[in-house]
Design a protein around this ligand. Structure first.
Ligand code: ATP
Ligand code: MG
Length: 424
């Protein structure tokens, strides 16, 4: 074997792409019903875009970015997440003059230099939404309801965990408390957390190192220190969720790994959890657009990991059977029938049937075997006799039923197959 795909990347082959298309279609459909519109953004951005938004002290920026200089020496980074690029586009394209809220969704592949494992890749995919222009709890609730409906329509069992990390004001006070709490434990913290303590103590809360987690267990939680406005916002969001019948767990440990979040943060976790159990994460980011040089525009959104979603759908037995078979296989008895077969096939495809005709020059026997293997519904053999008479036998594979058709009349062949298809 000469080449392998790079570590953390994977090929998605046709049996699997059908499942991807299934969840993609579902996501587009749900977004469409919420009146969100698709945005497509570049695969790479100026590195600065991520430093500014995701935050310099986050793991994503410190350890996980694919950053390179292009030939003219600009520092570029393959997008490690979607929100930053969408926010950059929002500002650059002047979307703040659009009617609010601006509702966007995306399907993106992303790149993070990660420790590869189950449900953790270096190139992976997210579906996400971003809603800009409303700071109201109504907007948080809409975004969460969208994710929840998507999961519901896939039949996925999931649990919403929600928290509030307040605004920069309540966080300022709280960071001091956190610092004082962790300082006496500084020597027991992992090297990363020792740095975090000085630069951004909030990051300590979601360190995954066991010794840090033990210390964090009794650390003060931001939810208990929210100011009045943030508290009221959070209570309203919860009220919305109750009235929409969306169950939730308040989880004071959620802080999210990206710096731009404010107030509401949430995650959808699956039943068969484990550390890879977070399928979807999101929250509000009221200061992001301004931080990136735009106007003061609040926003809220989420991103969900498609690989993890599919793993979880599979584990829960929620994936549909999506095998695809030709409606018709046109076999050739003689080489001379090839052009007639191709012509008939094209005409039937124009009418919407899935048709294959023999193109490998195989014996009739081998062709019929192939037709069987592909689970084609019907087989039509064209050869010397059929070319002369203009009639051929249409054979239904499952029942063995045979019909004589005028094969030159594509409409008639189509009619036979379609009627039968509709009846099934
Ligand atoms: P984790 O804590 O598992 O590293 P995260 O907080 O870094 O996740 P986000 O940046 O919030 O993840 O991205 C949202 C979702 O994208 C995650 O909940 C997960 O489903 C998915 N995701 C994140 N990183 C990866 C990855 N390396 N491979 C596959 N899916 C991923
Ligand atoms: Mg991560």
């Amino acid at each position: 074997m000469l080449y392998n795909a790079p570590r953390g990347t994977r090929d998605i082959l046709p049996d699997e792409t059908r499942l991807w298309q299934y969840v993609e279609d579902k996501f587009r459909s749900v977004c469409d019903r919420f009146a969100y519109e698709e945005i497509r953004i570049p695969t790479f951005e100026h590195t600065e875009v991520f430093l500014r938004s995701v935050g310099e002290t986050t793991d994503v920026v410190q350890k996980e970015m694919y950053t390179f200089d292009d030939k003219s020496g600009r520092s570029l980074t393959l997008r490690p997440e979607g929100t930053a690029g969408v926010a950059r586009s929002f500002i650059e394209q002047g979307m703040s003059s659009n009617p609010y809220p601006v509702r966007l969704y995306y399907l993106l592949n992303l790149f993070r230099y990660e420790r590869v494992g189950k449900g953790r890749y270096r190139e992976f995919n997210q579906f996400g939404v971003e809603a800009f222009g409303s700071g109201e709890p109504d907007m948080d609730a809409e975004v969460i309801a969208l994710a929840d409906l998507f999961f519901a329509e896939l039949g996925l069992k999931r649990r919403l965990h929600i928290n509030s990390i307040g605004c920069p004001e309540c966080r300022g006070e709280y960071q001091k408390l956190l610092y004082e709490y962790y300082l006496p434990h500084a020597a027991e913290l992992c090297p990363d957390c020792q740095q975090r303590l000085e630069r951004n103590p909030l990051r300590l809360i979601d360190c995954k190192v066991e010794s840090c987690r033990a210390i964090s267990r009794s650390a003060p939680r931001l939810l208990d220190y929210l100011d009045e406005d943030c508290r009221a916002h959070f209570d309203r969001v919860l009220e919305f969720l109750r009235s929409l019948g969306i169950e939730y767990t308040i989880d004071k440990d959620i802080v999210r790994g990206l710096d731009y979040y404010t107030k509401t943060v949430f995650e959808f976790v699956s039943e068969n959890v484990g550390t890879q159990g977070t399928i979807c994460g999101g929250g509000r980011y009221d200061t992001l657009i301004e931080t990136m040089g735009g106007e003061e525009v609040p926003g809220v959104g989420f991103a969900l990991g498609v690989e993890r979603l599919l793993m979880e759908l599979e584990a829960q037995g929620c994936l549909p059977e999506l095998a695809q078979y030709p409606d018709l296989f046109i076999a050739l008895q003689t080489e001379a029938a090839g052009a007639a077969a191709a012509g008939l096939a094209l005409e039937l495809r124009r009418r919407g049937l899935r048709v294959v005709s023999e193109v490998c020059g195989r014996s009739l026997r081998a062709q019929l075997k192939q037709a069987d293997r592909s689970a084609a519904r019907w087989v039509l053999v064209l050869g010397g006799n059929e070319l002369e008479t203009g009639t051929a036998e249409l054979r239904q594979m499952e029942s063995g039923e045979r019909l004589t058709v005028n094969w030159c009349d594509a409409a008639a062949v189509w009619q036979e197959i379609k009627e039968n298809k509709d009846a099934n």
